[in-house]
Structure formats: structure tokens, C-alpha cells
Design a binder for this molecule. Structure first.
Ligand SMILES: [Zn+2]
Length: 473
């Protein structure tokens, strides 16, 4: 009897303790629901993380500028409450696209001169048009139009090479986009510099002004080896190393570019740049089409990023970059559109599709660039090529919140068995519903919040009249 009573007392005490613990953990759980700035929920979350996880229904929690959670919708609901919530039912939630090569203001030359080879296109049409029309005002109007197009088609980071890059930087920031912006350095007189020394001085001033900006990474952009002598190329590279900023350059875009390298004593463009001491981490080589095995090994061993621009390369008949080989050698390779004068748009979904199709036909191998590989190149691959893969390129806690929401409800997207297949083979930039950069919503349900779309289009049309008058077309 005595023993029984003791046991009863013990059990009563024990169950009281259990009840207290349970109540305490309930309170704790309630307290642990963290309020964050934004939750995107119920979507098909394509993370492009190390495990290529796709979570459906999944959610992404964002606080301030950062991603704080990527998980199932249920788990995120238990832990986070957003001051703002976006319901992405039936839609893909993915990292914003990274356009690794463009010349944003050239959207104002869209369709001005088509169906030409690079050399003729550049020297007969583009350089003369630029000489007559490029100004700070032109560059601002062009950047706004480019930013509008990029936000509407899901690009959240872009790498640029142009003139008056500080004006491009101001408009990029105002639009809310992330930019790796390279001030052009070129041997002949251009709108913003009479000499390459002027161009370098502009680049230095630009770097100093934007060095620690949260959205803008300033860079130096020596145009190419055929438009710069070796002294200018060296000086440009030294400046970017000195300031720890990227170097953006066109590399081996055409077969004839190798002539310049040969005249300067090297068999290829890549070997020439390496002999100059130009190649190293932070260099982004746009195109890199005409390369041999040892060039590719050099690019890899020096830590150079490559930007593949399939649509521009096809349109100018420049050639086909050996993307399958780059991927096999684990070279950091991303996708780009190039300027809209040679593409003729900034739609990275088009770039993904073209990259995949072009490589399949070029190698007679349908697996050469799979849908997954194309999505990776357009996101984490581009981030790697730009040296930004710790900050952007995938949906992972701790990274900046650069996120897009893509509709999957069009007839051409129905039915859907595999979201990666749809993103590359049937989706268009117009399917992007919401674009977020650094935690800020730039477009919601197709409405761009940071630009006055009508005014931007009106302004661009006004500039087109000036361009037409200048080039007599
Ligand atoms: Zn280019």
C-alpha cells in the first residue's frame, strides 16, 4: 500500500513535469514564429542549390536584403510570418537570372542594323552611330529601357560594358537591379574619352565612387584585344587588380581576332592575354568561342569566368562556343544576351533555350546542355563566372534575396511534368510575374514598381528619332 502510494505520487509528479514542459514548449514555439519582411509561399521552389533541390509546395522567407529560409511551405509557415506574403501556387520560385554580358544602352540601337558579320556591323554601323549619339542622356534613357526589359523578364543581375558607366550605375540603382558595371576602355576616341588614358581615368573615378555599393560592383572593361594595344590592356588589368574589382573583356569572339594575337606573337587570343599577365580571378571573358584545348585549360587554371552568348553568336555568325567542353572541365560559365543590337532582346529565357539547342546541334549530342544545365548557367553559373556565387545565384539562406516568380499557367506550359524542362523549352520572359532584388520587390504581378514604364518607352522612341537622323536610316 505504502509502496503503491509512493509510486502514485511519483507518477503524478512526473506527469506534472511533462505537462509543464509541454506548455513551456508551446509558448516557446509561439514566441519562435519570427516576423520577416516577405514570405513567398506555396510555390514550386527551384533552388539551384548544391543538391538541386526542388521543393513543392515550398516557400522562401526573406528578411531585409537576405534569404532566411528555403523549405517546405509547412515548415516555413511554422517558423515565419511575413509582413508581406506572395502566394505562388502553381508558379515557379527561383533565383533571379544573371545576364553575364550586355551593353544596356544599346537597346536604343535595337534592329538598327541586322544580318551583318561582327566586323562590318561594328565598324560600318555601330561605332559610327555611337560616335554621333552616345551622351549621358542617351545612356540614361537606354539603361532605363534595358532595366525595364530585364525586370520584366526576370534578370536580377547584369554585367555591362559601355560608356558613361556612372550614369548606367545611377539608373541601375534607381531601377533596383544589381549590376557588375564595366567602364569601357578603348584605343580610339569615343563619346566619354578621347584617349585610352582618359578611359582609364574615368574607370578609376567610377570605381572609387561605387566601390562599396550594395547593388553596384564597379569594373574595368577594356573592349577587346583588337581595339586596345598591349599597354592599355595591361594598365586596365592592373587597375582592376589594384582595386579588387572585375575585368570585363570580349575574348575570341570571331575567328579573325586571332590575327591580332598572331601579329603580337601569340598563337591565340587567350595565350596572348596570358602572356600579358592579364588572366586571373575576376576576369570575365565574353564569348570565348575560338579557343583550343590549351586555351580552355588556361581559362580554367587562371580562374577566368566565361560568358556564353548564343543568340548574338548565331545572329552575327561569330561561331559556336565549346560549351559542352567548358562544362566538362568545370570552367565557370554563365549565359549572356550581349547588347540588344545583336540579339535583339535581353530575354535570358531565350538565351537558355538557344544555349541548349545550339550545343545539341553543334555536338550531335542531345545531352550536351540539358535543361538543368541551362538553368544552372543562367543562375549559379553566371554568379560563379562573376565571382558572386557566395552572394547570389541560388536560393539558400544567407544569400541576398534575388528571387523571381514565374507563371506556369499558359497553354504552352500545360501540362507540366518537369519545371526545369518548362523553364528552358517553353517559358518566355513575359511569364515572369514578380521580380525581387536585394529583398526589394521591383515587379509584382507584372507591374514594375521602380520605373514609369510609359515614360521610359516614350523617351526611348524619342531617342530613336535622333538615332535615325544621325545614321540616315
Ligand atoms: Zn559584347
Amino acid at each position: 500500500m505504502r509502496v503503491g502510494l509512493d509510486r502514485m505520487r511519483f507518477m503524478w509528479k512526473a506527469s506534472a513535469v511533462v505537462a509543464v514542459i509541454a506548455a513551456w514548449s508551446l509558448v516557446a514555439a509561439a514566441q519562435e514564429i519570427r516576423q520577416v519582411s516577405l514570405v513567398i509561399t506555396n510555390g514550386i521552389v527551384v533552388t539551384v542549390d548544391g543538391g538541386n533541390r526542388i521543393i513543392a509546395p515550398g516557400a522562401v522567407a526573406i528578411d531585409g536584403t537576405d534569404i532566411v529560409a528555403v523549405d517546405t511551405a509547412d515548415n516555413v509557415r511554422r517558423e515565419f510570418r511575413g509582413r508581406q506574403t506572395i502566394d505562388a501556387t502553381g508558379e515557379v520560385v527561383m533565383p533571379g537570372l544573371v545576364n553575364t554580358h550586355t551593353h544596356a544602352p544599346m537597346v536604343l540601337y535595337r534592329g538598327l542594323a541586322d544580318d551583318l558579320a561582327l566586323d562590318e556591323w561594328l565598324t560600318k554601323y555601330i561605332f559610327p552611330a555611337e560616335a554621333k549619339t552616345v551622351s549621358p542622356e542617351f545612356v540614361r534613357a537606354g539603361t532605363k529601357l534595358a532595366a525595364l526589359e530585364m525586370i520584366q523578364s526576370g534578370t536580377t543581375t547584369y554585367a555591362d560594358m559601355y560608356y558613361f558607366e556612372e550614369e548606367i550605375a545611377k539608373e541601375t540603382k534607381a531601377a533596383g537591379l544589381r549590376g557588375v558595371l564595366g567602364q569601357t576602355v578603348i584605343q580610339f576616341p569615343v563619346a566619354d574619352a578621347k584617349t585610352p588614358a582618359d578611359g582609364l581615368a574615368r574607370a578609376e573615378k567610377f570605381i572609387q565612387a561605387f566601390k562599396n555599393d550594395p547593388l553596384i560592383t564597379p569594373a574595368v572593361a577594356p573592349h577587346a584585344i583588337y581595339t586596345n594595344d598591349s599597354a592599355t590592356l595591361k594598365a586596365a588589368r592592373e587597375m582592376s587588380v589594384r582595386y579588387g574589382v572585375p575585368t570585363l573583356i570580349h575574348v575570341a569572339e570571331t575567328q579573325s581576332e586571332a590575327m591580332t594575337a598572331k601579329e603580337r606573337g601569340s598563337p591565340t587570343v587567350v595565350s596572348y592575354l596570358d602572356a600579358l599577365g592579364f588572366l586571373g580571378p575576376g576576369v570575365l571573358a565574353a564569348h570565348a568561342i575560338w579557343v583550343n584545348e590549351s586555351d580552355m585549360a588556361l581559362l580554367k587554371s587562371r580562374g577566368v569566368g566565361v560568358s556564353h552568348n548564343p543568340e548574338s553568336n548565331m545572329k552575327l555568325a561569330s561561331g559556336i562556343a565549346p560549351v559542352k567542353a567548358y562544362l566538362a572541365q568545370n570552367v565557370a560559365i554563365g549565359l549572356g544576351t550581349d547588347g540588344a543590337a545583336s540579339n535583339n532582346d535581353l530575354d535570358m529565357f531565350g538565351a537558355m533555350r538557344a544555349a541548349s539547342f545550339l550545343q545539341k546541334v553543334a555536338t550531335s549530342d542531345p545531352t550536351a546542355v540539358s535543361a538543368r544545365a541551362a538553368v544552372q548557367m543562367a543562375t549559379i553559373g553566371g554568379a560563379r563566372a562573376l565571382g558572386m556565387d557566395k552572394q547570389i545565384g541560388s536560393l539558400e539562406p544567407g544569400k541576398r534575396a534575388d528571387v523571381i516568380v514565374v507563371s506556369m499557367n499558359a497553354p504552352r506550359q500545360t501540362p507540366m511534368y518537369d519545371p526545369l524542362s518548362h523553364l528552358v523549352y517553353v517559358t518566355r520572359g513575359d511569364d515572369v510575374q514578380t521580380t525581387i532584388v536585394n529583398g526589394k520587390v521591383l515587379m509584382r504581378d507584372r507591374k514594375v514598381l521602380t520605373l514609369d514604364s510609359a515614360a521610359v518607352l516614350r523617351d526611348a522612341k524619342r531617342w530613336a528619332a535622333t538615332v535615325s537622323a544621325a545614321v540616315g536610316r
